[in-house]
Write a new protein. Structure first.
Length: 254
């Protein structure tokens, strides 16, 4: 199977789904991490061009930990919008990478880039299999045969921008790959100082661990990541991700 994790910035996928991606890769599936931007605003010491180059290399190193690929779509931080060119651009990327499953940013989150990415991913999954939806200006890949299975990863802290809980449909027990998830996120070394300054995180690895531990408490394991399957009209409803990772699937605790 081909798995595409589509999020806004370098390090988002590792924070929120790194363990699940590690499990999928270890099971022999092809994993591609695609970020909308290269993180050009994630620094106070470097210019946008300099930090974008640094973060692209960090993202490639993080993906390489699990034998995955990393690519970026070339958007700019705080400049991802739901418009026609953006929708066609994301659709073209999905056609290019031809995933069976898309793990996308949550459309409910604290950050406008995260939310816009989740909404664009939702519409692009639908458009990817519509041959008359033209995206050749961005990529020549043909339309998919069917809409890919779509899942949303947890938002940061599991809440939206108003502090409301965004409940997961199910969780993946990532206890067996937590060391791998730490190594993936640690590859994003440039973000240590930025997240301390901008987000108030004393240590971004400790914050990731607390978020992952908090998901585990909701399903009775030590470490977990949460997902919601998008079941809108015409989208696949078979539990494909759950089937691929059946030994690790956990349901919300009663």
């Amino acid at each position: 199977m081909r798995i595409l994790c589509l999020h806004a910035h370098p390090d988002d996928a590792e924070f929120l789904a790194g363990g699940t991606l590690a499990l999928l890769s270890a099971a022999g599936h092809t994993v591609i991490i695609l970020t909308m931007t290269s993180g050009d605003c994630g620094s106070t010491e470097h210019s946008p061009e300099e930090i974008a180059d640094i973060r692209r290399l960090e993202a490639q190193r993080a993906a390489a930990v699990i034998g995955a690929e990393h690519h970026t779509l070339g958007f700019k931080d705080l400049s991802i919008f739901e418009d026609d060119p953006s929708r066609r651009r994301v659709t073209a990327a999905i056609r290019r990478f031809r995933p069976d499953i898309v793990l996308a940013a949550s459309p409910r989150d604290y950050h406008c880039d995260h939310e816009a990415t989740g909404k664009l991913a939702t519409d692009a999954c639908f458009g990817a299999s519509a041959p008359n939806y033209h995206t050749q200006a961005y990529d020549q890949a043909p339309a998919l045969k069917a809409i890919p299975h779509l899942y949303y990863v947890d938002p940061a802290e599991g809440i939206d921008r108003d502090g409301n809980v965004v409940p997961a449909h199910f969780y993946i027990d990532v206890g067996s790959v937590m060391d791998t998830k730490r190594r993936m996120l640690a590859a994003h070394e440039s973000q240590r100082a930025w997240l301390r300054r901008q987000h108030g995180m004393d240590d971004f690895l400790e914050t990731m661990e607390e978020w992952t531990r908090s998901r585990g408490r909701l399903c009775g394991v030590e470490w977990a990541e949460g997902f919601r399957q998008y079941l809108g009209h015409a989208y696949p409803r078979t539990p494909l991700l759950q089937q691929l990772l059946e030994p690790y699937v956990r349901q919300p605790a009663a």
